[in-house]
Design a protein around this ligand. Structure first.
Ligand SMILES: *Cc1c(COP(=O)(O)O)cnc(C)c1O
Length: 477
């Protein structure tokens, strides 16, 4: 496919400057600000531009095109009505520096979202500011640090993190100056309680946990863990990336957590592809609410306002109030779903277990237990025949399916992490199962054929050795 520059007859483009024919702006702008050369944009009609970008978008894979079982990411269908609501002019034309009196509607929406997230998480206070899960973690760890500084417990330098955690967990704790202590998983794919006990001492500030964890397994000992930590004066951080498994069934407060982040772009209906924008609100228990970033949106019984007067606040973690458009979508989604949020989680868990049971005949299932919203297979059996997990993922692309997450979590060899979400039909799940079983059969009979995939995608199998030895990185006309 040609680039838009190659399609253009010339790339002169417009020029706003002294020598140009469109220099009428020159009457209004200072001379030194005027461009003297051409801007270098391609020259195409509206129709040509439209066709170009439509063709590009057709080459992309997206949830609107096919099944997207990318584990840890919750690639669910996001109802378009939320997009519509977040694009209403009354929201998009509002300036973030507008006075409180002129932005009561937006403040009310943020306040209500804080309130409803309090109910969903069981926490006592919420900040909507962080713009991703990872930034939520950073915010949480900054709160942990300031909390212990305020108490004069400067010795609390350690943060315990399970070996299957998402990489952002240790990264966030490290950025706040903590030392990371890893705790191993046991044969059930859960935190090894006996090992954990040996790691807890007076220098431990917190433990960061994901529950269900990244293996899609619920940590059954979470209450005992929270008791151990609290008895030691330590805090518990909950990574809420897997919230789609538990919405309405339980919450992090009931499990004993003190700080929680949610990924609104995973669980609460914001498209998660393309890298954002996202939102990672953070909730805390009462004793930590004076440490939240400012401003917190509050209501005095008469009007909504931004409260900058938070005693031990860690300050601001992001410009203005967070990704407002994402907050609108999440609020609309939660209102629309109401108590059905619980059904969504139930279906997500049911769908994952259904696929797991069907695929375990042909693929190794390292932790053969009921899963939550996702599960992890190993491609070890297939690797023996010469096809790695990467090969399986590439082959799947030929059946109009986005591959699952591969090689994560790190503790499973040749990992394939599958998360179907609640929004898929049984037909779609069966189709995926058939494709996966078909690939397993192909690997047994003609593995070399599988290694030629993908063959139906715009970019076919690339020669990785050549790409590394002779990288072609510069576009030349
Ligand atoms: C996605 C994810 C994160 C990071 O969240 P972002 O919103 O992508 O920054 C952290 N932990 C787990 C388990 C995740 O799946």
């Amino acid at each position: 496919m040609k680039t838009i520059f190659e399609k253009s007859s010339s790339v002169d483009g417009i020029c706003i400057g002294e020598d140009s024919s469109c220099n009428f702006l020159g009457d209004y702008l200072p001379k030194k600000l005027l461009r003297t050369g051409n801007i270098g944009l391609p020259q195409l009609s509206e129709l040509e531009v439209m066709r170009h970008y439509k063709e590009l978008s057709d080459r992309n894979f997206c949830i609107e095109k096919g099944f997207y079982p990318l584990g840890s990411c919750t690639m669910k269908y996001n109802p378009k009505v939320n997009e519509y609501l977040s694009s209403l002019e009354e929201f998009t034309q509002l300036h973030p520096l507008q006075d409180d009196e002129d932005s009561q509607g937006a403040l009310e929406l943020m306040y209500n979202l804080q309130e409803v997230l309090k109910i969903i998480t069981g926490m006592d206070a919420i900040t909507l500011q962080p713009s991703a899960g990872a930034q939520g973690e950073l915010t949480g760890m900054m709160i942990v640090k300031k909390y212990f500084e305020t108490k004069g417990e400067m010795n609390r330098k350690k943060v315990i993190i399970p070996d299957n955690a998402h990489g952002t967990n240790p990264a966030s704790a490290k950025m706040c100056g903590f030392d990371i202590v890893e705790v191993k998983s046991n044969s059930k794919g859960q935190v090894d309680l006996e090992e954990l006990k040996t790691l807890i001492d007076k220098d431990v500030a917190a433990i960061m946990m994901t529950n269900p964890n990244t293996l899609g397994i619920f940590e059954e000992n979470v209450l005992e863990i929270s008791e151990l930590m609290h008895n030691n004066g330590s805090l518990l951080y909950y990574d809420g990336a897997n919230f789609n498994a538990i919405m309405g069934w339980t919450n992090p407060a009931l499990m004993g957590f003190d700080i929680v982040h949610l990924n609104l772009h995973k669980t609460f209906a914001t498209p998660h592809g393309g890298g954002g924008p996202g939102a990672g609100p953070v909730g805390v228990v009462d004793k930590l609410k004076d440490f939240l970033p400012v401003p917190i949106i509050e209501y005095d019984g008469n009007k909504f306002y931004k409260n900058f007067d938070v005693k031990h606040s860690i300050g601001k973690v992001r410009s203005f109030y967070g990704n407002f458009g994402v907050l609108i979508k999440a609020y609309a989604y939660i209102l629309m779903m109401g108590k059905n949020l619980k059904l969504a989680s139930g279906d997500a868990v049911l769908n994952a277990n259904y696929i797991k049971e069907k695929l375990k005949q042909k693929y190794e299932l390292p932790y053969n237990v009921p899963c939550m919203h996702e599960f992890v297979l190993s491609g070890e059996k297939q690797l023996e025949k010469g096809v790695s997990t990467l090969g399986i993922a590439k082959r799947l692309m030929d059946s109009n399916c986005h591959p699952p997450t591969i090689y994560f979590p790190l503790i499973v060899h040749e990992a394939l992490m599958i998360e179907p979400t609640e929004s898929e039909s049984k037909e779609t799940l069966d189709n995926f199962i058939n494709n996966m079983l078909e690939i397993a059969k192909e690997i047994e009979t003609k593995p070399t054929e599988v290694l030629k995939s993908p063959q139906k995608t715009p970019v076919k199998r690339v020669d990785e050795t050549l790409a590394a030895r002779q990288p072609d990185l510069v576009f030349k006309m």
